[in-house]
Design a protein around this ligand. Structure first.
Ligand SMILES: Cc1cc2nc3c(=O)[nH]c(=O)nc-3n(C[C@H](O)[C@H](O)[C@H](O)COP(=O)(O)OP(=O)(O)OC[C@H]3O[C@@H](n4cnc5c(N)ncnc54)[C@H](O)[C@@H]3O)c2cc1C
Ligand SMILES: *[C@@H]1O[C@H](CO)[C@@H](O)[C@H](O)[C@H]1NC(C)=O
Ligand SMILES: *[C@@H]1O[C@H](CO)[C@@H](O)[C@H](O)[C@H]1NC(C)=O
Ligand SMILES: *[C@@H]1O[C@H](CO)[C@@H](O)[C@H](O)[C@H]1NC(C)=O
Ligand SMILES: *[C@@H]1O[C@H](CO)[C@@H](O)[C@H](O)[C@H]1NC(C)=O
Ligand SMILES: *[C@@H]1O[C@H](CO)[C@@H](O)[C@H](O)[C@H]1NC(C)=O
Ligand SMILES: *[C@@H]1O[C@H](CO)[C@@H](O)[C@H](O)[C@H]1NC(C)=O
Ligand SMILES: CC(=O)N[C@H]1CO[C@H](CO)[C@@H](O)[C@@H]1O
Length: 594
């Protein structure tokens, strides 16, 4: 009775605040699109100008490309940045609001095709793929984790010009580990396992490094110098294809409010993300010949790799640990102290991104790179009584009711050690559904189609069990891995058996939002990220990675943006002073450039 009353309160609080917030978002978005979609220009038709660079997409990759092209560039290059979403504004800098942006106009809200070997607990076995549709792209929806991965990630699938040390040489984005937020930080981790994971040569735990500054979200569009007069930013403009003269990219075609326009540029950079960059290439006639022909798109270049090699991180373990204290209570959002802490100290729940601790671990010490990541949150997705997260992931009602909603209404009696598969063997693809670029692409990640991926995730769950059973401070909180006899479809398997965990993994695993690889270095682009087989066209986003980093993907995407921006500057510099080709990438020329 008491717990039902409690549950109703939580439900009411969250559904009301969610509705209010989303209404505000819709109104703001509407006002923005009415007032102007322009920054630094008077119209949306640039027929008579040729820009030096056109950058498509302002996400983690595109923002940093623009930042590099403007930074210390004395040659007055003109840049047109075209973004399909609208401008951002300061409310959205509050880290706490990020999950609420999903399923709003700031989200592309992509979906995969139904999965056969995974997503059994999701409606129609479809995985929802939020992606940012706003200045800043997915860096505005993400949880701000800044992890670089492991030195050995740059294996033989990468060209030798990509090294872990590039992070030190190029990256100018600032980040810092979050201060311990709940007692979990002190209870969970054995002292000898605290490390700085961003050194790239260790395994262990740390308080999550975040791209956050003074309690506010501070990434990637933050680094775009919007006041620079050499930059024109066009928002709410949807790029449909790249324009070519022979094999040379000369501009893009885009749509604003239903009308088609063209812009000319000497160099075109696609930074539309791992879903949309291959989509734009395909609609430009660059892709697997048979697929283009099937959709009656004239073939400019047969490039079989476009859209292939799709990889994503999936994780299992939301709400997986029961505990007998409350770490973050659902009622906490109403606590006036958090607004006080925010306005006076830039601390507290409003500034919290959700992930308090991260770990990189090896299930076998002989591995050259970590194969499992833990993302540890001091709450479960049941905290909002099924008003938000449940729909963002798309859990089936019966799965929600039998696994998540069984947690009593106080909600705080659970937290999450999300076990993430770092290097999936299963690979999928992005492909055309129609000759119309406004139709979203077909996304098939083929999650868990390779058995080895299931085995690794089960080993990861065993690591969670080891952690919980070996740590006296966690035992003092009676922390136990939740094992449910009622997960639909898994009831028949003996509790805690291998088949039980396989069923659990295939039913409850969810995306951790890291699609990559669909315009990979080696097959689609060269080591300088230029599209092979055509001229003056580059890709600068998460789609260029041939393989997964042992980390969340934004740090590596930012690195790709830096490397591409610098390369283009060097190229322009070398052309203008006829720097000897041999020395083009040498430190000397770089110094002259900077
Ligand atoms: C909910 C969520 C949480 C995440 N959490 C983390 C995290 O904590 N840490 C981490 O490292 N990573 C995280 N990620 C992943 C990370 O944000 C992405 O890997 C990264 O932002 C990808 O950058 P990108 O430049 O490839 O694409 P995006 O950032 O998605 O940028 C693509 C941009 O291109 C625009 N665009 C697309 N198509 C067109 C078109 N046709 N015309 C014009 N513009 C177009 C889009 O609107 C968007 O702005 C998260 C992602 C999500 C969605
Ligand atoms: C853009 O401008 C050019 C020339 O000024 C004109 O021919 C063209 O129709 C315009 N496009 C649109 C969609 O208004
Ligand atoms: C760039 O612009 C500035 C001022 O607009 C001008 O003084 C300078 O000569 C220009 N540089 C080049 C290389 O064109
Ligand atoms: C799932 O399996 C069915 C039946 O075997 C098949 O028709 C379908 O194409 C498969 N779906 C995917 C996404 O592989
Ligand atoms: C990891 O690298 C850092 C600096 O790059 C170095 O100081 C440290 O000793 C290395 N640690 C190990 C375990 O190799
Ligand atoms: C400890 O947890 C187990 C399993 O969740 C539960 O059965 C038991 O009652 C708990 N004990 C205490 C003292 O909370
Ligand atoms: C939590 O469980 C432990 C172990 O069962 C018990 O000793 C402790 O008193 C419990 N704490 C609370 C707050 O219930
Ligand atoms: C040589 C030079 O001008 N370097 C500048 C490059 O830009 C950064 C800031 O963007 C300055 O701090 C450097 O001085």
């Amino acid at each position: 009775m008491w717990s039902q009353l409690n549950f109703c309160c939580v439900y009411l609080i969250y559904s009301c605040s969610y509705t209010v917030f989303v209404t505000v978002l819709y109104i703001t978005n509407f006002l923005y699109s009415q007032s102007s979609f322009l920054y630094g220009a008077n119209n949306v038709n640039f027929t008579h100008i040729t820009f030096d660079y056109i950058v498509v997409g302002s996400g983690s990759g595109g923002s940093i490309v623009v930042h590099e092209l403007l930074r210390n560039n004395t040659r007055n290059h003109s840049i047109l940045l075209i973004e399909a979403g609208s401008m951002s504004y300061s409310l959205l800098n509050l880290p706490m609001v990020a999950p609420l942006l999903q399923r709003t106009p700031y989200d592309w809200a992509f979906q995969t095709v139904p999965q056969n070997d995974s997503c059994w607990g999701l409606q129609n076995q479809i995985s929802k793929w939020p992606r940012g549709k706003i200045l800043g792209g997915s860096s505005r929806l993400n949880y701000m984790v800044y992890l670089r991965g492991h030195r050995n990630d740059f294996d033989s699938s990468w060209p030798s010009s990509w090294q872990f040390s590039d992070f030190d040489q190029y990256s100018s984005v600032s980040y810092a580990p979050i201060d311990p937020f709940t007692p979990l930080s002190h209870h969970l981790v054995p002292e000898d396992q605290w490390v700085d994971l961003n050194q790239g040569n260790v395994t262990g735990y740390m308080n999550t490094p975040l791209t956050r500054s003074e309690g506010l979200r501070s990434c990637c569009d933050h680094y775009i110098d919007l006041e620079n007069e050499r930059l024109t930013v066009l928002t709410e403009a949807f790029v449909t294809k790249v324009l070519f003269e022979d094999n040379t990219a000369v501009g893009v075609e885009y749509e604003v409010a239903g009308s088609k326009y063209r812009a000319r540029g000497n160099t075109v950079i696609l930074s539309a993300g791992a879903v949309m960059s291959p989509h734009i290439l395909l609609h430009s006639g660059i892709g697997p010949r048979d697929q283009l022909k099937q959709h009656k798109i004239p073939v400019l270049l047969d490039s079989p790799g476009v859209g292939q090699n799709l990889q994503d991180h999936i994780g299992v373990g939301v709400d997986n640990v029961a505990i007998n204290i409350t770490l973050v209570s659902p009622f906490e959002v109403l606590n006036w102290r958090h607004s006080w802490d925010f306005f006076t100290k830039r601390e507290g729940l409003w500034t919290f991104g959700g992930v308090e601790l991260v770990a990189l671990l090896k299930t076998d010490p002989s591995l050259s790179v970590p194969d499992i990541q833990f993302m540890i949150a001091p709450m479960g997705i049941s905290i909002d009584a099924g008003t938000g997260f449940r729909h963002s992931f798309g859990f089936k009602p019966e799965v929600w009711n039998s696994y998540f909603q069984t947690i009593d209404g106080s909600g705080g009696s659970v937290f999450s050690i999300l076990v993430v598969l770092l290097h999936p063997h299963s690979k999928g693809s992005i492909s055309l559904t129609s000759p119309d670029p406004n139709e979203p692409p077909r996304i098939d990640p083929r999650y868990l189609t390779d058995r080895r991926d299931v085995e690794t995730l089960i080993k990861g769950i065993r690591l969670v069990q080891d952690l919980l059973s070996s740590n006296p401070r966690l035992q003092a909180l009676n922390a136990t891995l939740r094992i449910s006899t009622t997960i639909p479809g898994c009831e028949a398997h003996p509790i805690d058996s291998h088949p039980y965990w396989e069923c659990y993994v295939r039913t409850l695993s969810v995306t951790s939002y890291h699609p990559i690889g669909t315009c990979a270095i080696g097959t689609v682009v060269d080591s300088h990220l230029q599209v092979k087989g055509v001229r003056n066209l580059y890709v600068g986003d998460a789609s260029v990675f041939p393989s997964m980093p042992s980390a969340n993907t934004q740090a590596l995407t930012i690195l790709a943006g830096h490397k591409l921006g610098r390369h283009l500057k060097y190229l322009a510099y070398a052309q203008s002073v006829s720097c000897p080709r041999l020395f083009m990438w040498s430190a000397k020329c770089c110094l002259l450039e900077d």
